[in-house]
Design a protein around this ligand. Structure first.
Ligand code: GDP
Ligand code: ZN
Length: 295
């Protein structure tokens, strides 16, 4: 019996049925009673041990330890969150970019930037946004789902990883996935529209195969951009360039606002920390202070 067991990844959940990709085939599985008894909910992205039953079917015996899990969308073992923004139509909102970056960092996941609709932007415009984020260490990929420019970079970004996409509706998430895997046949806005379908349907997550061994959750993440769970004192630690200087201020617990002898403000003055990022940091800090509910 045991030698018959196999391991795989849950690629789709629907009610209490899970589709497990074992490498060779996709089995339709139900969790064993023992799992249900312990109230262990199987998530898309989970690596599970299954016992094959009749051809095409199996039972999930065990969920292997997760590296992480998100609740919206319910996905486990996420490798990265890809923030998709367009330069224009809709206009890139750097405040929103930084807000997403804070939330993703607070969830302890790596964030990468995918800037789409490069066909609508000038070279200096592209270089200026890319420069700001690459300088602080974020991988930044520039593309156009429409012209196909930069798509190799996006494929490379998504290959071999499980990604959750995030970003404003209309930025081109569905178009990018379609451009990479036309067989998906996603409709325009399909990835964004899922949000509005109510909470019960968003429990049904599918992982879409993209590129070489890449998978993308079919529901965007971080759609509720609430900062209330982020501790104000932690905000600066979610800025790599500020965190790097954090220990050098005169006061411990310096939030780099009005404190004297602040290394961060000094760095802004010298231009080694981007002034725009710093101004947005101050606004987001204020917003976090107003929103934070520790209970
Ligand atoms: P989503 O809501 O993020 O999934 O965005 P969609 O993929 O639905 O794209 C929104 C709109 O932007 C659609 O009308 C697309 O045709 C258009 N679009 C997507 N990518 C590009 C691009 O690279 N350049 C231009 N000019 N338009 C694009
Ligand atoms: Zn400081």
């Amino acid at each position: 019996m045991t030698e018959n067991r196999t391991q795989g990844r849950v690629i789709r959940s629907y009610s209490n049925i899970y589709y497990v990709d074992t490498g060779g085939e996709v089995l339709e599985c139900r969790p064993r009673g023992r799992l249900r008894y312990h109230d262990e909910k199987v998530l898309a992205g989970d690596i599970v041990r299954v016992s094959p039953a009749s051809p095409g079917f199996g039972a999930i015996d065990e969920i292997l330890p997760r590296r992480n899990s998100l609740s919206r969308p319910p996905v486990a073992n996420v490798d990265q969150v890809v923030l998709v923004f367009s330069f224009h139509g809709p206009e890139i909102d750097l405040y929103l970019v930084d807000r997403f970056l804070i939330l993703v960092a607070a969830a302890d996941l790596p964030a990468v930037l995918c800037l789409n609709k490069m066909d609508l932007a000038s070279d200096p415009e592209i270089a200026s946004v890319q420069g700001v984020y690459e300088k602080v260490g974020y991988r930044t990929v520039i593309a156009s789902a429409r012209t196909g420019q930069g798509l190799d970079g996006v494929r490379d970004l998504l290959g071999g990883r499980l990604s959750v996409l995030a970003g404003p509706s209309g930025a081109g998430k569905s178009s990018l996935l379609n451009a990479l895997s036309p067989e998906l046949g996603l409709r325009t806005g399909e990835l964004s529209r899922k949000i509005h379908r109510g909470t019960h349907t968003t429990r049904h997550v599918a992982l879409l195969p993209i590129g070489q061994g890449g998978m993308v959750a079919d529901t965007p993440g971080f759609t509720h951009l609430e900062l209330k769970d982020v501790k104000p004192a932690d905000v600066s630690w979610h800025y790599p360039e500020i965190a790097a200087l954090g220990g050098e201020c005169r006061f411990r617990g310096c939030v780099h606002r009005a404190e004297p002898d602040c290394r961060v403000k000094e760095a802004v003055g010298e231009g080694s920390v981007d002034g725009g990022r710093y101004q947005r940091y101050l606004s987001l800090l204020k917003e976090t202070e107003a929103a934070y509910r520790p209970w």
